[in-house]
Design a protein around this ligand. Structure first.
Ligand code: MCN
Length: 792
């Protein structure tokens, strides 16, 4: 038997290269290309009265300067609205270069192309833009008050009013024995990949073809957008995502203005053109997320069982809605976590503000939903004097109730139905892992030493593996190596390792024999992209199906060669053999040679053995009539609906009684993403996610002033945690395979981040004894809360 690879903690094969600085990112490509810099709006809300570029024209090295007026045809038109929705009654997308008006600081107005970035930046400084100021709308309350409007034609600044409803929640709450109301807030934050966005484009006039390298999470979508905007046949456009230094959601907004403008400039100028985002640009012109005010009204009985949940949410969607209202949709559906809410109603107002656009950031609306639900669970337990774990457990959907239909519509337009999970078993594991039942003793001992400690927990469910499809290509080469391609992109998730494991098992070859390519439209044209923790489910199953086809074909051809029934054959370590008769064998490399009428082999012996005809019958054609040549195959996987992974986190914190400094003593995770392809990768994903969850709880936030200036647009002021701030993470798994896909996989990529703010709020609340309703929280804010609480 070939050693099974699926489920093994195979070391990530991409790491030695990436960790030793051998990665090849967009900025490493196209040295010597013309470079782009943008004049971006310094104001949050203004009309553009005049743009005077004359001062920049005589800067040495300037090649071209473009404003909106210079962009022809579709290039200058507003960017597409990617995910329309009936509730999005007032969707607005930006122009690639602002036309007439700017709606946030950082919005691109002028594009300068020069011999290098320094020259381009110097020229930007000489361009004069005259503005007529408009009142900025900054912050959810200001937008909600609607004294001023972001877009003149959008009443109340309401881009969308979304209602999700199952049963009569208002009546259920009104009739419940107990009712609580909570006002909650999660502040804005953003993903900060190590590599910002970057685009490099090369136009080949002879071949009339365009190649675009971009740091993206969706190369096929960029290809479609570039082809459409530049009015080129898609076949003339290739898009390659080389190594991508992190994405976390921000690189899925396809296309970003720069992804259209840079290729267009390359075609127009007939030169190689490149743009690499700098960190400040990333802060002020990429995308943010989180940012919600929530009002929860919950009705429950004396046992803590939910009767009804009625939630109102005000969501800050920034200045435009290129991504529709996907974040509010996810919040309002996945807020429910592992619980049965009784009746449920969520109403969300997605509000325009004069700030950077809001699009999914790892977790994508779920951290906010989890915050609303988990704060509610703690409040109920507190109100009834019950154990917080007990209240959660009583409201869980039971394993025998799966599949569980919430009676709501999920983000893909299909019913919200959970496929699998054993929440009570997960909770049990978590309680044991952290020592939940023994914590009171620990607290008492700590208190005796003058230490203030608290414990908290939070549970979540994560819709993963969203459709519509993903594909895989698998080929056995004549040297016995296996190449795999899938169209989705990789930003650090370890796909090259995980997909190799899947294919190795399906084909019966050692995992080292398999290499995987992602995100290159030259290798695989049809794909959706890497987001919503979908790659493992979608491409994982697609490459498995493609490999199964190849295996079947290999056994058929080998059956001919060995004069055996394919059903009696197996593949072990890359050798096809008759089960139980190890003497009769043919290597897969030879099968690959046999599969091609033009039989070229790497070694002479194989060449001699295979060049004339099938060994069994010299008269037989080398390829069966209904077979295509080559030991290769492509297949697609399209799910019936999404899989729902789940997890539970618990943390113990210690808080300084004098300074309110918060230390995380323990952080435990129990996670269920179905069949584990690679536990080491999944744990890495959980660690990265927890780091971002802790960041969102204690450190990271976007601080705007009333004028719409981002006050902390640098790593001096935006507190990204170092390894020193991220606790040691103790993780355990539960594997309840999804019945929805052949491999039983559910996604894992966002898991770690979702409950971060909730679990730490729960633990801090437990330590302090007063309610925590707003995250993130700094020591000084906690200190102030303490003072206020003591004064009461
Ligand atoms: N995996 C596994 N077994 C499972 C499920 C997943 O071994 N049952 C592995 C997969 O093979 C893959 C990794 O875990 O190598 C994540 O898989 P999946 O959950 O399918 O998530 P995606 O690959 O679709 O990645 C997207 C997800 C999202 S939405 C964000 S945001 C995010 C994240 O992944 N951005 C990341 N993780 C990131 N990790 C890095 N390093 N950089 C980012 O930008």
């Amino acid at each position: 038997m070939t050693t099974r690879s699926l489920g093994e903690p195979v070391a990530r094969r991409e790491d030695p290269r990436l960790l030793s600085g051998q990665g090849r990112y967009v900025d490493d490509i196209g040295t010597g290309a013309l470079e782009v810099a943008f004049v971006r709006s310094p104001h949050a809300h203004a009309r553009i009265v005049d743009i005077d570029v004359t001062g920049a024209l005589d800067v040495d090295g300037i090649v071209a300067i473009y404003t909106h007026e210079d962009l022809p045809g579709r290039v200058g038109e507003p960017l597409p609205l990617l995910i329309p929705h009936d509730a999005l009654t007032h969707g607005r997308t930006p122009y690639p270069l602002a036309k007439d008006e700017v709606n946030h600081v950082g919005e691109p107005i002028v594009m300068v192309v020069a011999t290098d970035r320094y020259v381009a930046e110097d020229a930007c400084d000489r361009i004069q833009v005259e503005f007529d100021f408009l009142p900025p709308v900054v912050g959810i309350e200001v937008a909600r008050d609607a004294e001023h409007l972001v877009h003149d034609d959008v009443p109340g600044n309401v881009a969308a009013r979304l209602v999700q409803e199952s049963g009569d929640a208002r009546a259920a709450v009104a009739q419940a024995p107990h009712v609580l109301e909570l006002d909650l807030e999660i502040e804005r934050s953003a993903s900060m990949p190590m590599e910002g966005k970057a685009v490099f484009a090369r136009w080949d006039a002879d071949d009339t073809s365009l190649r675009v390298y971009t740091s993206t999470q969706a190369s096929t979508s960029v290809r479609a957008a570039v082809a459409a905007k530049l009015e080129l046949p898609a076949d003339r456009v290739e898009v390659v995502a080389p190594d991508v230094g992190g994405g976390f959601g921000v690189k899925i907004v396809h296309p970003w203005p720069e992804e259209i403008l840079v290729p267009w400039a390359a075609v127009t100028l007939g030169r190689e053109v490149k743009w690499t985002e700098d960190r400040r640009e990333h802060f002020v012109s990429s995308a943010h997320e989180r940012g919600q005010l929530q009002h929860v009204k919950v009705g429950f009985d004396s046992e803590g069982r939910l009767h009804g949940l009625d939630v109102t949410i005000w969501h800050d969607n920034g200045a435009y809605t290129p991504y529709g209202i996907i974040v509010p949709i996810i919040t309002t559906t996945q807020l429910l976590g592992p619980y049965k809410p009784g009746a449920y109603r969520a109403e969300c107002f997605s509000l325009y503000t004069n700030t950077v656009i809001v699009t999914p950031y790892r977790g994508a609306g779920r951290p906010q939903g989890c915050f609303a639900m988990e704060r509610t669970m703690d409040a109920i337990a507190d109100h009834l004097g019950l154990d917080r774990a007990v209240v959660r457990e009583r409201n869980f959907i039971r394993p025998d109730e799966m599949p569980y239909d919430h009676g709501l519509v999920f983000q893909d337009g299909r019913p919200l139905i959970y496929d699998s999970g054993d929440y009570p078993a997960s909770l049990d594991k978590l309680k044991k892992l952290i020592g939940w039942d023994e914590f009171d003793d620990y607290r008492a001992a700590a208190r005796a030493e003058g230490r203030q400690v608290g414990i908290g927990m939070a549970c979540y469910v994560e819709g993963t593996g969203v459709g519509p499809y993903e594909g895989g290509f698998v080929k056995v080469e004549t040297d016995g190596s296996v190449v795999v391609a899938t169209g989705l992109t990789t930003q650090g998730q370890g796909h090259q390792t995980a997909f190799a494991q899947i294919v190795a098992d399906e084909l019966g070859v050692p995992v080292e024999k398999v290499t995987v390519t992602t995100g290159d439209t030259r290798r695989f044209k049809y794909a959706v992209g890497t987001f919503a923790s979908r790659a493992a489910v979608m491409s994982g199953n697609a490459v498995a199906l493609a490999a199964r086809n190849v295996r079947e074909k290999a056994l058929r051809i080998a059956g001919e060669a060995l004069e055996a029934d394919p059903r009696d054959l197996e593949i072990v370590d890359g050798i096809v053999q008759v089960k139980g008769t190890p003497g009769a064998t043919v290597p897969l490399s030879t099968v690959a040679v046999l599969s091609n009428p033009l039989r070229y082999a790497f070694d002479e012996e194989t060449q001699r053995a295979t060049q004339f005809a099938t060994p069994g019958d010299p008269e037989k054609p080398p390829v069966a009539e209904d077979d295509e040549p080559g030991l290769e195959g492509t297949d697609y996987y399209s799910p019936a609906r999404s899989t729902f992974a789940n997890g539970m986190h618990a943390a113990i914190v210690e808080i300084d009684p004098d300074t309110a400094e918060i230390s995380i003593l323990r952080y435990c995770v129990v996670h269920d993403c179905g069949t584990l392809i690679n536990p080491r990768i999944v744990e890495g994903q959980i660690h990265g996610g927890v780091a971002q969850g802790v960041a969102g709880a204690l450190y990271e936030r976007m601080v705007y002033d009333d004028a719409g200036q981002l006050l902390n647009a640098s790593f001096m002021d935006f507190l990204m945690p170092y390894a020193t701030e991220v606790p040691r993470i103790e993780a355990d798994h539960l594997e309840t395979p999804s019945p929805l896909n052949p491999l039983g996989i559910k996604g894992a990529g966002e898991a770690g981040v979702i409950p971060g703010a909730s679990v730490l709020a729960s633990a801090i609340e437990d330590a302090e004894g007063f309610r925590i309703s707003r995250m993130p929280i700094s020591p000084s804010e906690l200190y102030e809360l303490r003072q206020r609480h003591e004064r009461r």
